[in-house]
Design a binder for this molecule. Structure first.
Ligand code: FES
Length: 152
């Protein structure tokens, strides 16, 4: 009986140690920088739906197809078909606060801003120009057949 109580206390002690250790690891992993998304662009809240069956979105039905969609985000959305998966990027250049020339323009499988001509990959969002620090801002996409929801 006494041994059972001692074992129970021992197990609770081990459990509490485990909980505190896990909480400690979680706090260590909370780096301030990992929360920051982009210092130039604020988080736009929007929820857009498009239908790939409509002629306006025909370009997105093909691998490597892209489209600028002005609704949603800060300066519109850059949509790209990556092997059947629709990617959605913010059209405001990620390396400059939004201004009159910071909307990136699609050119094939890349996009570039007219201010500094920084180029970005539409497949990965990564900058292709030396000196560009930030990647294109990504948005969430849900696909269900031809229905595509883009939101943040
Ligand atoms: S708008 Fe200035 S770096 Fe793209």
């Amino acid at each position: 009986m006494n041994a059972n109580i001692q074992f129970s206390f021992f197990m609770r002690f081990i459990h509490m140690k485990y909980v505190f250790f896990t909480a400690f690891l979680f706090l260590l992993s909370c780096d301030k920088n990992s929360v920051e998304r982009n210092p130039y662009l604020y988080e736009a809240r929007f929820d857009q739906s498009i239908n790939l069956a409509l002629p306006a979105f025909d370009n997105l039905n093909y691998q490597g197809g892209s489209l600028y969609w002005p609704n949603g985000g800060l300066k519109g959305l850059l949509l790209f078909n990556l092997s059947g998966t629709i990617m959605a990027w913010e059209a405001s250049c990620p390396n400059h606060a939004p201004n009159s020339c910071s909307t990136v323009q699609i050119s094939g499988v890349t996009a570039s801003c007219s201010c500094e001509d920084f180029q970005y990959s539409l497949a990965t969002g990564q900058p292709l120009t030396e000196g560009a620090t930030y990647s294109l801002l990504f948005y969430k996409v849900q696909q269900n057949g031809t229905a595509v929801r883009i939101y943040n």
